[in-house]
Design a protein around this ligand. Structure first.
Ligand code: SAH
Length: 253
């Protein structure tokens, strides 16, 4: 075996989810690979969740360089490193797993022989839903409200289609400083498609010390209730309160 082939056979890449924030919500599988890693790659706040130790190099990068970050991880694995790419929540939900496969597709064919594995994590909408009750107990969908990687028109089309079809919905990246008006528009569309009585929950920083969860009707909802640390869950027309909980029945007519 050549030196390069030998290095390739020792290296690996695991793309892992760190869950919504609470250390207890990191899976045992992910905790185990973090112990074996030589290199951690990811967006700054996620890499900061990993405890430094001897023999471990932490590579922090900015938010918008996912493809570079993914290629960097693959290059290091090809050199024999044991690389963990970290995302918050689940790595397959609006996160690094797709970016890594995009980089793999665009990269040298030799990378296809690398040992690559995706490890799931608890995504924000499921952590939030569990705190709220069971708002996603019937059919639902997840929509990323950021228009960084797709046109806003497409987001409006999907909101109308999902609301009109009676899906409960989870919204990631609902509102940022760079696009303050779009979430107001999203609320307007939802009121039209779902009706003002439909319940909407704003779950911020779930499972952390700053956690805040508020449920109101769509008629009462205001854009300021969401920020980039919030996942928003809209119920369907049957979603209702019981005691302090919100749930969606498992059946529909
Ligand atoms: N891969 C992540 C999502 C990344 S997109 C996951 O599976 O959860 C980033 C968005 O996720 C944020 O804008 C917010 O909408 C949501 N999010 C991530 N962590 C959260 C948390 N602890 N509480 C509420 N929302 C969260």
């Amino acid at each position: 075996m050549s030196d390069a082939a030998q290095a390739m056979s020792k290296g690996w890449v695991k793309i892992v989810g760190l869950g919504p924030g609470d250390q207890a919500l990191v899976t045992a599988q992910v905790q185990n690979v973090l112990v074996e890693a030589t290199d951690i790659v990811g967006y700054i706040p996620y890499v900061r969740r990993i405890a430094p130790r001897d023999g471990l190099t932490l590579h922090e990068s900015d938010n918008r360089v996912e493809l570079d970050r993914a290629a960097h991880a693959l290059r290091m694995a090809a050199q024999g490193k044991r690389v963990v790419v970290v995302s918050s929540g689940d790595p397959g939900v609006f996160a690094m797993a797709s970016a890594l496969f995009e980089a793999l597709e665009a990269g040298p064919a030799a990378w296809l022989a690398l040992d690559i594995q995706v490890m799931p994590g608890i995504t924000a909408m499921l952590a939030a839903a569990a705190r709220i009750g069971a708002p996603l107990g019937h059919d639902f969908c997840a929509i990323n409200l950021s228009d960084n990687l797709k046109p806003w028109d497409l987001i409006e089309t999907r909101l109308r289609a999902a609301g009109g079809a009676g899906f409960a919905m989870a919204f990631y990246n609902p509102r940022s400083k760079s696009r303050p008006h779009q979430f107001a528009r999203a609320l307007e569309i939802l009121r039209e498609e779902c009706g003002g009585e439909t319940l909407i929950s704003f779950a911020r920083a779930v499972s952390t010390a700053e956690e805040q969860i508020v449920t109101v009707s769509l008629a009462e909802a205001t854009p300021e209730m969401a920020d980039m640390r919030t996942v928003v869950i809209v119920g369907n027309r049957d979603t209702r309160r019981v005691g302090s909980f919100v749930y969606t029945p498992r059946s529909a007519e």
